[in-house]
Design a protein around this ligand. Structure first.
Ligand code: GLV
Ligand code: MN
Ligand code: MN
Length: 470
């Protein structure tokens, strides 16, 4: 591989075509399906990015009105690409083409259509749209029927877990790892997953949830294309990367209860203030995650590999906090906050959680407040399938070569700190992922951006991958 900076492809293919005649350039762009894979795909991403439950920012959560509107659009685009569509009883949208042999094992390609609050327009949507666009290219050149196995695009209904704090409601149901108890989880207004589906005329009972599980023997593998959400590809000057694995994650809810009181009358020495306790707990979390070695010296399960891997991969976040009754002149009675903790090594993640909980309880005892720590979501780290990853690497290579001619470099291989539906799907079948470069590594923000030409390259990579199934 050449050293960093030797293949800076931010502006290609225009830069590479600059010296050629305009008509030659047009032929080339047409041959690379720029109208479908770039222009239309970018227009669709922008259109989908406007479908929001909020005014002024993007937010689409499980089964919300905007999610339903987004589903209608995506369904139209799937049908436009020649796919047969349906919505399943967890609100996942499917588009399928049988190819030459309807009973062959199917290739599933997907990502999620829900978003975080104040989201960017590419997270999730890019994977869905690039798959639909690549299939539309095959339809437009008459090759859709030549696929040697069924190909099914799935727009999963919940990956971010914003509404119910439990991620992968959609993909986990298809993989058969969503417990039936998930139907009873409530959102902040007391609406359960089951109610939210029912409001959209989807009646789901325990048996129908179990029926959603795909037969592993009917599936060949699962592929997901996603924006990188980090800075590595941009730093390397490469538009696509192959994912070798996804960090494991745990999400928790911590509730701290103390004595609610008057801000002006209770002496400082007599307070049982859950807010100050929560502040100390959060600072503890930060220290532990910055310097795990300092906290895990007595950890019997942690070998040198685990400690080293934690030192480089452990990340922890408190992203949501609420207090009751939340008034400036009241010592709160209760503070609740979330913890999101991720690491590549599952043993290490468990060791950190054990240490963290012990120390949290000690702090709460010392401060005479009560503390409840609930684990809301756990997903083990996933290693992507070797053969699938090398096929994706070839597809990325083909896409980049088609764009700029001969290239020496192979697509870089990287780990994902972000969670993806591929984690849930790994319980059903082998999984592989491609990452697409994004500006400044920014994601989960309206600043999220992918170059139009990188959207194009992403579509070409999925197209090349599909062509290897002909
Ligand atoms: C999903 O985007 C996650 O990693 O939180
Ligand atoms: Mn996300
Ligand atoms: Mn995502």
């Amino acid at each position: 591989m050449k050293s960093k900076g030797q293949i800076r492809i931010e502006n290609w293919p225009l830069r590479n075509c600059r010296s050629r005649k305009a008509s030659h350039k047009q032929d080339r762009t047409r041959a690379l399906y720029s109208e479908i894979l770039r222009d239309e795909a970018v227009a669709r991403l922008n259109e989908l990015g406007k479908v929001s439950d909020a005014d002024g920012y993007l937010e689409r959560t499980f089964m919300s009105p905007a999610s339903v509107r987004a589903g209608i659009l995506i369904r139209e685009w799937m049908e436009d690409a020649g796919l047969t569509t349906w919505v399943d009883s967890m609100g996942n949208l499917h588009g399928r083409i049988e190819g030459i042999n309807a009973s062959a094992q199917a290739l599933l390609i997907g990502s999620h259509s829900d978003t975080v609050v104040d989201a960017g327009i590419f997270d999730g949507s890019l994977g869905i749209i690039s798959a639909i666009s690549a299939l539309k290219v095959l339809k437009s050149n008459g090759k859709l029927g030549q696929l040697k196995r069924p190909v099914e695009v799935i727009a999963f209904s919940d990956e971010e877990g914003v509404r119910f704090q439990s991620t992968f409601l959609g993909s986990a149901a298809i993989a058969g790892v969503l417990p039936v108890s998930a139907l009873k989880i409530s959102d902040k207004s007391g609406v359960t997953v089951q109610d939210a589906l029912k409001k959209n005329s989807i009646d789901i009972a325990e048996e129908s949830l179990l029926e959603l599980k795909y037969d592993p023997a009917s599936v060949w593998g699962y592929v997901e294309l996603h924006i990188e959400q980090g800075p590595v590809l941009e730093w390397m000057g490469f538009p696509l990367g192959v994912v070798k694995g996804i960090a494991g994650q745990t999400r928790m809810k911590v509730t701290v209860r103390g004595s609610q009181g008057h801000a002006g009358t209770v002496p400082m020495s007599m307070r049982k203030d859950p807010m100050s306790a929560a502040a100390e707990l959060i600072v503890l979390l930060e220290s532990l995650c910055k310097h795990p070695r300092d906290f895990l010296s007595d950890c019997g399960n942690c070998n040198e590999f685990t400690k080293e891997s934690l030192s480089t991969s452990l990340v922890c976040t408190v992203g949501e906090i609420s207090t009751w009754p939340s008034a400036s002149n009241v010592i709160p009675g209760q503070v609740t906050f979330t913890v999101d903790l991720r690491a590549i090594d599952d043993v290490g993640r468990e060791a950190v959680l054990y240490e963290l909980s012990n120390r949290m309880y000690q702090i709460c005892d010392r401060r005479s407040v009560s503390c409840i720590i609930e684990r809301k979501h756990d997903a083990n780290a996933v290693i992507c399938d070797h053969e699938l990853s090398s096929r994706l690497k070839s597809a990325a290579y083909t896409a980049i070569s088609r764009m700029i001619g001969e290239v020496q470099e192979e697509a870089p291989v990287l780990m994902s700190g972000a969670g993806h539906d591929a984690m849930a799907m790994s319980h059903l079948t082998k999984v592989g992922m491609l990452f697409v470069r994004c500006r400044g590594g920014i994601s989960h923000s309206p600043e999220e951006h992918v170059l139009d030409d990188d959207v194009w390259t992403a579509g070409l990579a999925i197209l090349a991958f599909l062509e290897s199934h002909m």
